[in-house]
Ligand binder design. Structure first.
Ligand SMILES: NC(=O)C1=CN([C@@H]2O[C@H](COP(=O)(O)OP(=O)(O)OC[C@H]3O[C@@H](n4cnc5c(N)ncnc54)[C@H](O)[C@@H]3O)[C@@H](O)[C@H]2O)C=CC1
Ligand SMILES: O=C(O)[C@@H]1CCC=N1
Length: 271
C-alpha cells in the first residue's frame, strides 16, 4: 500500500508516526510532501525512513490513499496543485476541519472516493479517537482498509458527516482543552509553596496514572472518584469548593464554541 501525505505538519506527523509505530505500513511506502519546507521532510526521512518528494506526478502515481492534510484555507491551492495528476487509483482521506466532502470533490474536480476523518494528535501514541465519514462511492474493501489504517493509530468512530463538527470539538480539539486544564492545575499547584519542577513532575505522573486507571479499571469515573473521597476528608473539601463553580457549563461553552467554528469553516468554504 502506498500512502501520500499532502501536508506534513503537526497532525499528519502524529498520524504517520502512529502508523509507522504500529508497523502496519512500511515507512518507505509512506510519501510526504509539503508546501516548501524540504528540511522538515529530510528530517522525517532521517528519523523515520519515510520517502518524500515534490514531484506530484510521481507522488500520485500508484498512490492508494492520499491524505489531504493542509490547513482548510490552503486547500484550494493544494487542489490546483494536484488536480492534473489525480488518477483512478487514488482514494482521498481529508483531515481538514470543517470542509465537506462535497466541497472537496467539487474542487478536486474528480469523482474519486473521499473519506473525511477527524483525528487528534494522540495518534502519536496510538490513541487517537478518529471520527470518519465516507463518500457514497467508497467501496466496502477500501472502507475496511481505511478503518484498519485508522486503527493503526487509535480507534475509529464512523459517524454521519454532519456529526463530524461535534467530533471535532469533543476529541479533535479535545487534547488542547485538556492540556489547558492541566496547565491551570499546574499553575495552581505551584502557588502552594512546593518547588515548581516538583509540582510539574508530580502532576505529569498524576495525569498519566489517572489515564491508566480509567483505561484499566472496570469502574466508571464516578466510582473511581468516590473511592478517593473519604467522608469529611480532604477530597470532599476540595470537591465542595469545585462545586461552587459550574464546570459543566464552562465545558459546554467551550465545546459549543468549537462546534460553531467548525460549522463556520464549512459555510465559509461553501460560499
Ligand atoms: N493539529 C491538530 O490537532 C488537528 C488538526 N486537524 C486538521 O489538520 C490539518 C492540518 O493541521 P496541522 O497539521 O495542525 O497544520 P500544520 O500547519 O502543522 O501543517 C500544515 C501542512 O500543510 C502544508 N501545506 C500548505 N500548503 C500546501 C500545499 N499547497 N501543498 C502541500 N502541502 C501544503 C504545510 O507545508 C504543512 O506541512 C488542518 O486542516 C486541521 O483542521 C485535524 C485534527 C486535529
Ligand atoms: O484547531 C483546529 O481547527 C484543528 C481541528 C481540530 C484540532 N485542530
Amino acid at each position: 500500500m502506498k500512502i501520500v501525505f499532502y501536508g506534513s505538519g503537526n497532525m499528519a506527523n502524529a498520524i504517520f508516526t502512529g502508523i509507522i509505530n504500529s508497523e502496519s505500513v512500511a515507512p518507505e511506502n509512506i510519501y510526504l510532501t509539503n508546501k516548501s519546507n524540504q528540511e522538515a521532510l529530510e528530517d522525517y526521512h532521517d528519523a523515520l525512513g519515510v520517502s518524500y518528494s515534490y514531484d506530484d506526478a510521481e507522488l500520485l502515481k500508484d498512490a492508494d490513499y492520499v491524505f489531504l492534510s493542509t490547513k482548510p484555507y490552503d486547500f484550494l491551492k493544494l487542489a490546483e496543485r494536484i488536480r492534473p495528476y489525480i488518477n483512478d487509483n487514488n482514494k482521498f482521506i481529508s483531515i481538514m476541519a470543517g470542509l465537506p466532502i462535497s466541497y472537496i470533490r467539487e474542487n478536486l474536480q474528480k469523482d474519486n472516493p473521499i473519506a473525511r476523518i477527524m483525528p487528534n494528535t494522540n495518534a502519536h501514541v496510538g490513541h487517537s479517537v478518529t471520527g470518519i465519514s465516507f463518500s457514497t462511492n467508497f467501496g466496502p474493501t477500501s472502507k475496511q482498509e481505511v478503518l484498519t489504517l485508522i486503527e493503526a493509530f487509535g480507534t475509529a468512530l464512523e459517524v454521519k458527516e454532519d456529526h463530524l463538527h461535534q467530533v471535532t470539538a469533543i476529541t479533535g480539539s479535545g487534547p488542547a482543552f485538556l492540556y489547558h486544564v492541566f496547565e491551570q492545575y499546574v499553575n495552581a499547584g505551584t502557588k502552594l509553596g512546593i518547588e515548581k519542577s516538583q509540582v510539574e513532575e508530580s502532576i505529569k505522573e498524576l495525569i498519566i496514572g489517572t489515564g491508566k486507571m480509567i483505561e484499566r479499571s472496570d469502574l466508571k469515573m464516578e466510582q473511581l472518584r468516590k473511592n478517593i473521597t473519604s467522608k469529611g476528608g480532604t477530597t470532599q473539601a476540595g470537591l465542595n469548593a469545585l462545586s461552587n463553580h459550574d464546570i459543566e457549563a464552562v465545558f459546554l461553552d467551550c465545546l459549543n464554541a468549537a462546534v460553531k467554528r467548525s460549522i463556520e469553516l464549512a459555510e465559509t468554504e461553501d460560499d
